[in-house]
Design a protein around this ligand. Structure first.
Ligand SMILES: [Zn+2]
Length: 73
């Protein structure tokens, strides 16, 4: 029989091998590795996306500034 533990993140039971005990404000809770990794990747992906958006905005602002300068000349 597989030992399952309650995952507070998914609100379901997973095999113990896929779980990690983590410290939360309300004490020690079990959470599955999958959800921990997904959160980590999600955060990294969001940061990458945010940076890309900033770069695009910067490039756009620069090209607009250049256009304005050309018109003025
Ligand atoms: Zn889970």
């Amino acid at each position: 029989m597989v030992t399952t533990l309650y995952c507070y993140h998914c609100r379901t039971y997973h095999p113990k091998e896929e779980m990690r005990q983590i410290e939360t404000k309300s004490g020690k809770r079990w959470r599955c590795i999958k959800s921990i990794e997904a959160t980590k990747q999600g955060r990294a992906a969001r940061e990458t996306f945010g940076k890309q958006t900033t770069d695009i905005n910067k490039a756009e602002a620069q090209s607009k500034a250049r256009l304005v300068l050309n018109v003025e000349r």
